[in-house]
Design a protein around this ligand. Structure first.
Ligand code: ADP
Ligand code: ASP
Ligand code: MG
Length: 467
């Protein structure tokens, strides 16, 4: 079971989480728990770390920040735990962590620089501060528990900071470390999002990565199910924050879940599905605040699946880059060079489109990679004859919309309906892409039109009513 930041936002929520775990534990289940940082904390940690490298930062900001973080966690401890002895243990653990955080932030202030390694280290404090409280709250309910970091639980990564992947040894290690605990009725509470490289240096799995931790662990211990507890009733036909009548999808396939999350539904991290697929473990997405309500089960194939379109998603933090030049037509290898240059620069490409005249290539990238991508492409432009890549332009004022459903494959007319709908609401479509698996149709439009587009498509495919 993984509980997201929105499920452990304060002491009373942590109380609710521990009650839930206790309930399923009492039913005779062996449970490993994965916990995120308290909501918003990872953002705050990253913001302060970046701010401390600026010339306007003052050293007193460190103490002020650490004081506020401490207060939030101490308050949560007092609200979530009753047993005085356990409170004392937890507070002492938190104090040690807070001292480390203060030292690390002070170091960044003095050095005036933030390496990827220190960025990951600072980012890890959210989870390292939340697990002792959740584990303490369980102990206070007479559930035996220990807390562990992802690294201590056995997750060893390739070492790529800010987006690491587990290496092969992870599965065996996690199994060896956690199964003996589970067998004797101990509930391990493990930090989501963070792990170790082979030298025990903290690496993170990328933002939103606690879901991924849960499935890495679930798969390694051969769990019967992986449960992702969040603040909404499972995976819905659209983000309920954008579309008020969005509906829970009771069953979706691994492929659909992957497409939905890849194109922006942050309800689960796209990599979550991968470890579950390899062992065929069902993933359930449930609401901590409505535990008996609607929820989603993600499985290999959904029986009696009727609906063509399952969900409409939007991503905003993206930018569109277009390369153009008449000389690109017929010059072999341009696309190859473009993509390898971008890969070397660590740029993740979300969508690609090349017109058949071959005189331009458009790519949608994550906004945070834009500068890196443009630098790499300007470097490449100079390597070719001057009329091959003539112009490199970019547009940051864009969003990408995806219409997802694996039964769309081979059904004519869906694409027509999507773009008709955009025409009717007067939305200009800037770029279009459909993978040949036909599990999604995605397109780019100006950012201010994104919400309207999602609402209209949700309406067009009658997603608010069950089929
Ligand atoms: P957690 O803290 O549990 O990891 P997140 O904030 O990362 O939670 O993800 C949950 C949020 O995802 C929801 O509050 C919701 O606004 C958003 N979301 C986006 N798209 C969808 C969707 N299709 N279905 C459900 N939630 C969605
Ligand atoms: N705390 C991390 C983040 O905010 C990981 C997660 O919540 O899944 O990105
Ligand atoms: Mg999340």
């Amino acid at each position: 079971m993984k509980f997201g930041g929105t499920s452990v936002g304060d002491g009373s929520q942590i109380r609710q989480v521990s009650d839930l775990v206790r309930r399923y534990y009492d039913e005779g289940n062996e449970i490993a728990v994965v916990v995120s940082a308290m909501s918003g904390l990872t953002d705050e940690l990253q913001t302060i770390a970046e701010r401390l490298t600026s010339e306007y930062a003052e050293v007193k900001e460190v103490a002020e920040f650490v004081h506020l973080v401490g207060k939030r966690h101490f308050d949560a401890t007092y609200a979530a735990i009753e047993d005085e002895m356990i409170i004392t243990e937890v507070i002492s653990e938190l104090e040690t962590r807070l001292e480390e955080l203060k030292n690390a932030l002070t170091g960044i202030y003095h050095l005036g620089e933030l390496t990827d390694r220190s960025y990951d280290y600072i980012s890890s404090f959210g989870e390292r501060l939340s697990v002792p409280i959740v584990s303490g709250a369980l102990k206070s309910l007479k559930v035996q528990s220990v807390f562990l970091t992802g690294g201590q639980a056995g997750i060893i990564t390739d070492g790529k900071h800010r987006g690491a992947r587990p290496t092969e040894i992870t599965e065996r290690r996690v199994h060896e470390r956690l199964v003996p605990l589970l067998k004797v009725g101990i509930v391990p509470v493990i930090t989501g999002f963070i792990a170790w490289n082979i030298h025990n240096i903290i690496t993170t799995l990328g933002r939103g990565g606690s879901d991924y931790t849960a499935s890495i662990i679930g798969s390694a211990v051969d769990a019967d199910e992986i449960w992702i507890w969040t603040d909404v009733d499972g995976i819905m036909t659209a983000d309920p924050k954008l579309v008020s009548n969005a509906r829970t999808l009771p069953h979706i396939s691994y492929v659909e879940a992957m497409e939905i999350s890849y194109f922006g539904a942050k309800v689960i991290h796209p990599k979550t599905i991968e470890p579950a697929v390899s062992k065929g473990i069902p993933v359930r997405v449930k609401n901590t605040f409505n535990p008996n309500g609607a929820n989603t089960t993600i499985v290999h194939t959904v029986a009696n699946d009727q609906s063509l379109v399952k969900a409409v998603t939007a991503i905003n933090n993206v930018a569109l880059i277009t390369l153009s030049g008449a000389g690109m037509a017929g010059t072999i290898g341009v696309a190859g060079h473009v993509f390898s240059k971008l890969a070397q620069a660590g740029v993740n490409i979300i969508m690609i489109s090349q017109g058949s005249s071959e005189s331009n290539i458009s790519m949608l990238v994550e906004e945070e990679h834009l500068t890196g991508a443009l630098n790499a492409l300007h470097g490449l432009k100079n390597e070719f004859n001057s009329n091959v890549i003539k112009e490199i332009s970019c547009n940051e004022d864009v969003s990408a919309i995806a219409v997802v459903g694996s039964r769309m494959a081979g059904t004519p007319g869906i694409v027509g309906r999507i773009f008709n709908c955009m025409g009717r609401i007067d939305v200009n479509v800037i770029m279009i892409s459909q993978g040949s698996t036909e599990h999604n149709v995605s397109f780019v439009l100006t950012r201010d039109a994104a919400r309207r587009a999602v609402e209209s498509l949700h309406e067009e495919f009658s997603l608010s009513s069950a089929h």
